[in-house]
Design a protein around this ligand. Structure first.
Ligand code: SD4
Length: 295
């Protein structure tokens, strides 16, 4: 039996975002609309310091945002290193629907957004600016595992028509180099949807996710018969193995995947304990702690 509709998203802020998405799914709306509206809840929240408005800036004090969206027809849209726009996922959707391209970056993405009627505003809140000024004192780029226990929001949904879609949006790693792009806006890395199989999205250290084309890997594993849970486990193990081979800094690296298949089954796995994810379907809205490879 197929469980639908269902929505799943990363971190504790996923609960609130899922609620908005689930309401749309229950009305029979498309998964792609539900995930977009869902993640926009988190983008607009200044207290979420790793997504959208209020996100931590790069090392130059600029808030630069990455986002992408993918629907059941494999339509895709993405923006990277976008400044001054509160809803990068909505710009990604516009790239998908209003251009012959799939990704716009930096100034070009901003110019496009403004031409589409999006409004430029300051996204650096006083809190984030203060943190950045403090960081500048020793200016040491040192990613923190499970920073504030929330991070990028990635959301996957199976709608009442049985179609899958996903969205992913982030302000990226705090105090990154200006111009750095993570996994989140890269189709196949931070997000992948195959409407015949399933969908996956990632959070954590984007460089490691890009290295293994993480979300595509999870979906391909599901295609081969792995459950969403098993597929997430395999992908995290792959990243761990590559980190070992490269003598990477495993202790300071976090990776989390969530996955949803065509039957509405879901799963999740992470490298370090501390990653959680939110699931909502008929009669249940719950935050789960993901199981971790390391302890
Ligand atoms: C990135 N995966 O930019 C994203 C989100 C992040 O801590 O900031 N992770 O790498």
């Amino acid at each position: 039996p197929v469980r639908k509709p269902v929505v799943i998203s990363t971190w504790d802020f996923g609960l609130q975002a899922n609620q908005v998405a689930f309401n749309l799914l229950q009305q029979g709306q498309r998964a792609v609309d539900a995930v977009q509206q869902g993640v926009m809840v988190t983008e607009a929240d200044p207290t979420e310091r790793s997504v959208g408005y209020g996100g931590r800036p790069d090392r130059d004090g600029k808030v630069t945002l990455d986002a992408c969206i993918m629907d059941e027809f494999a339509n895709i849209g993405a923006v990277a290193a976008l400044q001054q726009i509160k809803h990068p996922v909505a710009v990604a959707r516009a790239v998908m629907e209003q251009t012959p391209h799939v990704m716009l970056v930096g100034q070009g993405a901003l110019d496009f957004a403004l031409a589409q009627g999006f409004v430029a505003e300051n996204l650096l809140t006083a809190e984030s600016e203060q943190e950045w000024l403090q960081w500048l004192e020793d200016a040491n780029y040192r990613p923190i595992v499970n920073i504030e226990n929330h991070d990028t929001i990635g959301m996957l949904a199976l709608d009442s028509h049985g179609n899958l879609a996903g969205a992913c949006t982030t302000s990226g790693m705090a105090f990154k180099l200006h111009g750095r792009v993570g996994d989140s806006p890269i189709i196949g890395a931070g997000l992948y949807v195959d409407n015949e199989v399933g969908a996956a999205t990632a959070t954590g250290h984007g460089e490691e996710v890009i290295r293994v084309t993480g979300s595509f890997l999870v979906v391909e594993l599901m295609r081969q018969g792995y459950s969403p849970q098993q597929a997430c486990e395999q992908a995290v193990q792959r990243i761990y193995h590559k980190l070992q081979l490269r003598k990477g800094n495993i202790a300071d690296t976090q990776i989390g995947f969530i996955a949803l298949n065509k039957n509405g089954e879901y799963g999740s796995y992470c490298l370090q304990p501390g990653f959680n994810y939110a699931v909502q379907h008929q009669g249940e809205s719950k935050l789960y702690a993901a199981t971790a490879l390391l302890t």
